[in-house]
Design a protein around this ligand. Sequence first.
Ligand code: GLA
Length: 361
Amino acid sequence: MPGAAVASGAAPGRCTLVGEHVDYVGGMVLCCPVDRAVAVALRPSADGRWRLVSDGRRVERGEPGPAGDLGDRAFAPAVVLAAEGIRLPALEMAVAADLPEAAGLASSAAVCCAAMVAMLRLVGARMPTGRFVELALAAERDVVGVPCGPLDQAAVVGLPTGGALLLDCGRGTADAVPWHAEAAVLVACDTGETHDVGGAGYRERRAEAEAALRGLGATCVGRIEACDVAAARLPAPLDRRARHLITETHRAATAASALGAGDATTLGLLMSASHASLRDDYEVSTPALDAAVAAALAVPGCLGARLVGAGFGGTAIALVDDPAAESVRAAMQAAVPGSRGAWLLAHAPGLAVTAADVLEG
Ligand code: GLA
């Protein structure tokens, strides 16, 4: 494919349905790409400087490596692509998004992925879809230094068939789950409390999860049962952390069966159980997230609700019978005075569909 003088790429956010904070210990996650996205347009810069503008904020530097600013995630793909033998000139980039930033819907992964798609288009390169996912993860985790698991990049890329994905982060597989709960829709409420996946809370939970696994003599949560946790007598809070990891990965697998069977009632109950576990055992919820979830559950027709993403702020989602969607949306927004808005959130095709010109296989 020939290169271009100007190129663009857009990547969706991701919504976890069930399976939060288990990707980095090899657990199962039911998730999907969503209809809110980040778009990147870029071209070679005339003077060899790297520049980015996003929402009125500007950064500029001589190299694409991280500098602790908003250029880090957008420029990082150029670093991993160079190591792959795909060399880019210094770039000027513009970012625009309707996916809220730092709100638990994987805006960071979407920026990296959108930039990487645009870079591949600029130089006329293609790569296998699986390699793209690995490089997008390496850009955020190894170049930017965010201790994230593999969930977001895999979800943003998605599957050629669309719908939801059941990720097995232990085996590294992604299986399509047909969205058979047609009468149920998702409502999202951004609490306005932004979170940072590179922040202290996320790092601490990751370290606790790894310590809990070590205490259980395991490397992957999929091989542990609740009785193993009871027998191991882990000290608090590792006992609660381990209980979340095990119950959440089981819930994700059960939720995938429910979604595939069109059983929205069971899916909703599992989402609410996931929230309770994240609040009580993993302790990553906040009063605003709990208020949004409680407000949603109080409306007839709401099937389940939970925080989405890493927690410590961000977005709450609800699974709702379609006719109740507007009532749930209004109730969630009213329950969170600082909310940046509540809206219908639909599952959407991932990059495997929309960037098929640069992704193969
Ligand atoms: C963030 C991370 C993911 C995952 C989620 C929590 O989005 O980037 O890897 O750990 O939090 O499920």
